[in-house]
Ligand binder design. Structure first.
Ligand SMILES: NC(=O)C1=CN([C@@H]2O[C@H](COP(=O)(O)OP(=O)(O)OC[C@H]3O[C@@H](n4cnc5c(N)ncnc54)[C@H](OP(=O)(O)O)[C@@H]3O)[C@@H](O)[C@H]2O)C=CC1
Ligand SMILES: O=C(O)CCC(=O)C(=O)O
Ligand SMILES: [Mg+2]
Length: 740
């Protein structure tokens, strides 16, 4: 049987790019006897898979996510994972509506489920919500870095990191007490047990919140909470402060990966900001069932149902509230969408680096930029961003032409730390205690809570920690680079982790390596002091900082996280190759449908493919796969050298599709030139010649279609025929590829 690589079908811009890139990759791989198969793990496919038993036979969709999750536990796994939507409730509802309009008899999303059928539908939809894909596939730790060719390219063609204006008021604000950071408790399990999580009321009554929590020996278990009253008081103070300072208020959370806690934190901000409006219209809003955890946009959508005069009265009060409060930062000023409209519009890992690159600025209601008071309520990681702001203010913006790099080795496997905490996160229904009790009835961890406090527990298993320490040592050795473990002994969880790091480092030869452990803000400072001297420093971090830093440093170093190499060596021996380190770029889809121009940069896919072929070559001793990897590496180098990434705007040159043509051209040329495999040489020599001779014609055809609206027959589930036609508009290129 020929070996297989799985290429994931996802959402939005990367899914559109796939219509153009995948046929090229499949045609090339086939010559080497390698199948590139697809599995659809888009939001739409995951919704349909979760309702498969209720849909007619011709509408049944397989559960490809479960299949791939199982595959990651096998040594033969070789998966290319493109970014996917981690859906918020507004996005989920939009996807359901689209599928219903296409004839799928799906139930509506039940906001307040009461019947059994509604409760069942709600439970099924919950599985699709938020970051529901990545934690399933990430059965390994993370190795994300900018390839040397990308750094060289950035040095030659530096993007602009804007300077902060003199006296810039941009800063980060966090709680000073009673947050997740302050309240954290942590321990390491001496023996395996099956615990449960309980709420004990003030009257002593016990309610089980989670009946079964399997805990392994050696695993780190934490619990913590953020106090509702403290959070609300914080928002009140900061809203007043932003107004007094005359800066734009912005809120930065991770409502996608932290799908239980962060929508609640988001909802409180909305309620505090629009307090007077909500008090005045409390009765109507209650009737409408407005849920501010879904953002202020939930109100905007639901008042549509009201009689015109009632709606107009609320709309006038919305305008009054916006005028009275501090100015808000906007996601889309043309459409009047503020930072507080949808919890998944502003996602901290991408949003803060973007404002740092822009000189500490965000957009206002008119599309102008201004300084911001950026709210990051919890202190666990906020210090990293403030330290970066302080450094840039003191030293000027980072210069991509000269700076070094901060690659990352991230503890991620087996839903490590906060990003695995959804099923262990609860909003306290009343005052009392939330506790974790082991199989012997002994309380492991507990917190006193008040109504509305958000409590959560996190698990970090021992095997992933050992693997992470090993990966860090290997990367430090292979790259000859100092490595810093970003851990703070003042944090309960980190103190437990530090003990393990110190222990497991002894399993390795660390002679001559420069390894340190520093709290995150200090590690930021040291890494930045080194980066401006052109020096590299590996960041070895937990799961959240893995996520934050792999957007932060790439965006400052090379302008985007799209160009990252993002490898997940699976613990069981397989390989998961993520593409880039960013997301699915929703704005790019809008641009494509309006102007037939796709600015998505597939460089992350190109690097992931090369790594995937290399992995196949090594693990299956597959000589032709090795040749594909080597030649693709060469093509990637040439691609960067000749600067064939998509332009950003229509009229400025090739888009994503043109970039795929150049990859195909350079890859074919490298395959024709190589001498280690005669079959491949024979197959690709005529192809390279045809592509080379038709370059002008193909580029002309690809550019000719740009500039007009285009129809792909859907957002969450595009029509395959329409999308394929739209993304493969060069008849010349298609004909040449078909000759392979
Ligand atoms: N691995 C995964 O599955 C990930 C998924 N996500 C999901 O993606 C969605 C969007 O998240 P968001 O926070 O907006 O972050 P994105 O990274 O999607 O978008 C932020 C900006 O980054 C730029 N960008 C990112 N990738 C590329 C690329 N390949 N080519 C060109 N530009 C790129 C774009 O800038 P510009 O507009 O200036 O061109 C884009 O608007 C969410 O649903 C989120 O949950 C997010 C991160 C990782
Ligand atoms: O799974 C998600 O929601 C996003 C993942 C992400 O941002 C990352 O891993 O960098
Ligand atoms: Mg991220």
């Amino acid at each position: 049987m020929s070996p297989s690589i799985i290429y994931t079908i996802t959402d939005e811009a990367p899914a559109l790019a796939t219509y153009s890139l995948l046929p090229i990759v499949q045609a090339y791989a086939k010559q080497a006897g390698i199948n590139v198969e697809t599995r659809d793990i888009s939001v739409a496919a995951r919704i349909l898979a979760n309702f498969a038993d209720l849909l007619p036979a011709d509408q049944k969709t397989p559960d490809s996510l479960a299949e791939l999750g199982a595959l990651t536990l096998k040594p033969e796994a070789n998966i290319i994972k493109l970014p996917n939507i981690s859906a918020s409730i507004p996005q989920l509802k939009a996807a359901i509506a689209e599928l219903q309009s296409k004839g799928f008899a799906l139930p509506d999303y039940p906001e307040t489920p009461s019947t059994d059928a509604e409760k069942d539908a709600r439970a099924r939809y919950s599985k699709v919500l938020g970051s529901a894909v990545n934690p399933v596939l990430r059965e390994g730790n993370s190795d994300r870095r900018a390839p040397k060719a990308v750094k060289d390219y950035a040095k030659k063609h530096p993007h602009v990191n804007k300077a902060f204006s003199p006296g810039s008021k941009t800063r980060i604000a966090s709680l000073s007490a009673d947050d997740f950071f302050a309240n954290e408790k942590s321990l390491t399990l001496a023996a395996a047990t099956t615990a449960k999580i309980e709420f004990v009321g003030a009257d002593g009554s016990v309610k089980v919140l989670l009946p079964k929590l399997a805990l392994q020996a050696g695993e780190i278990l934490d619990s913590t909470k953020i106090g509702r009253k403290s959070l609300v008081a914080f928002y009140e103070q900061q809203i007043a402060q932003a107004k007094a300072d005359g800066v734009l208020l912005s809120l930065h959370l991770k409502a996608t990966m932290m799908k239980v806690s962060d929508p609640i934190l988001f909802g409180h901000a909305v309620r505090v900001f629009f307090k007077d409006l909500l008090t005045k219209h409390a009765a109507v809003l209650a009737t409408l069932g407005v849920d501010f955890n879904n953002g202020f946009g939930d109100l905007v959508a639901k008042i549509e149902k009201l009689p015109a005069d009632q709606k107009a009265a609320i709309e006038a009060d919305i305008q009054a509230a916006l005028a009275a409060g501090p100015a808000l930062s906007y996601v889309n000023s043309d459409k009047g969408i503020t930072n507080l409209h949808v919890p998944s519009d502003v996602i901290i890992d991408a949003s803060i680096p973007a404002l740092l690159r822009a000189g500490g600025k965000v957009y206002d209601a008119k599309g102008n930029t201004g300084d911001t008071l950026a709210l990051v309520p919890d202190r666990s990681y906020a210090g990293v961003y403030q330290a970066t702001i302080d450094f840039i203010k003191a030293n000027g913006p980072l210069n991509p032409a000269t700076i070094g790099s901060v690659p990352n080795v991230g503890l991620m496997a087996q839903a490590a730390e906060e990003y695995g905490s959804h099923n262990k996160t609860f909003e306290a229904s009343a005052a009392g205690t939330i506790r974790i009790v082991d199989a012997d009835g002994k309380t492991l961890l507990e917190h006193a809570v008040e109504q509305g406090d958000v409590w959560r527990a996190c698990q970090t298993k021992d095997l992933p920690i050992r693997d992470w320490v090993k990966l860090a040592v290997n990367r430090a050795r292979l790259s000859g680079t100092p490595a810093i473990f970003w851990l703070d002994k003042a944090r309960a969880h980190d103190a437990q982790l530090i003990a393990k790091v110190e222990l497991y480092l002894k399993d390795h030869d660390t002679q001559g390596l420069d390894l340190q452990i520093l709290p995150p803000a200090d590690a930021t400072k040291v890494s930045l002091e080194r980066i401006v001297k052109g020096q590299d420093t590996i960041s070895v971090t937990g799961n959240v900082l893995r996520d934050y830093l792999t957007d932060l440093f790439p965006i400052l170093e090379v302008g985007t996280s799209a160009k990252m190499l993002s490898i997940v060596p699976l613990i069981k021996g397989g390989g998961l190759f993520e593409t880039g380190a960013g997301g699915s770029a929703p704005k790019h889809v809008q641009q494509f449908t309006e102007e037939n121009f796709l600015r998505w940069d597939s460089l992350g896919e190109f690097f992931a493919l090369a790594a995937s072929f290399e992995h196949l070559g090594i693990t299956q001793n597959h000589a032709k796969a090795k040749v594909l990897a080597e030649t693709l590496d060469e093509a990637n180098g040439k691609f960067l050298e000749f600067d064939k990434s998509p332009a950003r705007k229509v009229g400025a040159g090739i888009d994503n599709r043109g970039s795929h043509f150049y990859l195909a051209l350079y890859w074919a040329q490298a395959l024709a030139k190589q001498t280690s495999d005669a079959d491949l040489k024979k197959a690709f020599t005529p192809l390279a010649e045809k592509l080379t001779n038709s370059e002008d014609q193909i580029v002309k055809e690809l550019i000719a279609v740009q500039g007009k609206p285009t129809d792909i027959g859907g957002y969450y589930q595009p029509d395959n025929a329409k999308a394929s036609a739209a993304l493969r508009p060069s008849a010349t290129l298609n004909t040449i590829l078909a000759t392979l």
